[in-house]
Write a protein that binds this ligand. Sequence first.
Ligand SMILES: [Ca+2]
Length: 138
Amino acid sequence: MNSRLVTHSLAPTRRIALASLLLSVTLLLGSATTATGAANVTPASKITVSVRPIGANDLKPSQCATLTLTTLVTSPTGTNAADLQLGTPAADNLDGKNGADCIIGGAGDDAINGGGGADICIGGPGTDTFTNCTTSYQ
Ligand SMILES: [Ca+2]
């Protein structure tokens, strides 16, 4: 049996060109892999972070736990909504107007008028007077 080995040989300049091309492709793939790896930085997870607004209902004292408050008021006259109305350290004349309000006089001799609605009035330190309050705390 006569076997013949057939080989294809490249000219030396083509071998060098092919080797150079293979080296270039290898280097290119290596750098692309490195760049892809560097770009895949995963940011820290915020899965445990919860954001929600804080409103008047979140700030109410325990005496007003039965009320659902919608508006924070720091002026002497409340709104017709369900207010958390805050007095000052001085003597205040507070009017809750309509709505089931939680009115807090703070220090000073306060005059607290709940107005319409089932209001809870908290006088605080001082000698306070209460009008139209369903429940009052001195
Ligand atoms: Ca009221």
